[in-house]
Design a binder for this molecule. Structure first.
Ligand SMILES: [Zn+2]
Length: 197
């Protein structure tokens, strides 16, 4: 089975539409905006007519930055950085799906995620090798890692009507309009000519 880490944001929604995975996996790891992500992801999964599961694995006590309402991680210059977050999320997906013939864990990393150590091609290569130590037939992929979000949206062909339901806030359960997640989404929508009024 092919699983996609699905937060209900623009990138994972475009990837879901483009790649049609067997399962959309949404993880509540204790992030402050979790309720907003879950609400958007559930609705989008229905619209996409794809199976979705929610896994809860709360590590809020170990978080840093915007997504847990604390100060920035000391090793990062990016306000939403959460140490080892993507490594944790891929591992949770592997745990959740290991006994179901797992073949692929896809993540919605795009080229602008290279501000994060776990948004780099080197990270994807390393965690792909790590997962295969235990599941030799499984791969970790990031199909849009060399694309911007706008390029991914164009490549995927995802309808703009679906993108209106996405949720990308880092701080709140309804879009705050101010954080890096909201700002990036508003810039993406403007570049796509998608009116948010
Ligand atoms: Zn926000």
């Amino acid at each position: 089975m092919r699983v996609l880490l699905f937060s209900g944001g623009v990138e994972s929604t475009a990837l879901a539409y483009w790649q049609r995975p067997d399962l959309l996996l949404t993880i509540d790891y204790g992030q402050r905006p979790a309720a907003g992500e879950l609400r958007a992801a559930s609705h989008l999964a229905q619209q996409l007519d794809l199976p979705q599961e929610v896994v809860t694995a709360n590590v809020a006590a170990l978080g840093a930055g915007d997504m847990v309402g604390r100060g920035m991680a000391s090793h990062s210059k990016v306000s939403e950085a959460w140490p080892f977050r993507n490594q944790f999320l891929v591992t949770v997906a592997a745990m959740a799906c290991a006994d179901r013939g797992l073949k692929e864990i896809a993540v919605g990393t795009v080229i602008t995620d290279r501000v994060h150590p776990d948004g780099n091609p080197e990270f994807v290569t390393a965690i792909d090798a790590l997962i295969r130590c235990e599941l030799p037939d499984a791969r970790v992929t990031a199909p849009a890692i060399n694309m911007t979000t706008v390029q991914l949206v164009h490549e995927s062909g995802v309808p703009h009507s679906l993108l209106r339901w996405t949720f990308s806030c880092h701080r709140e359960t309804v879009g705050c309009g101010l954080c890096r997640g909201c700002t990036k989404t508003l810039e993406t929508f403007a570049a796509l000519g998608l009116n948010t009024a």
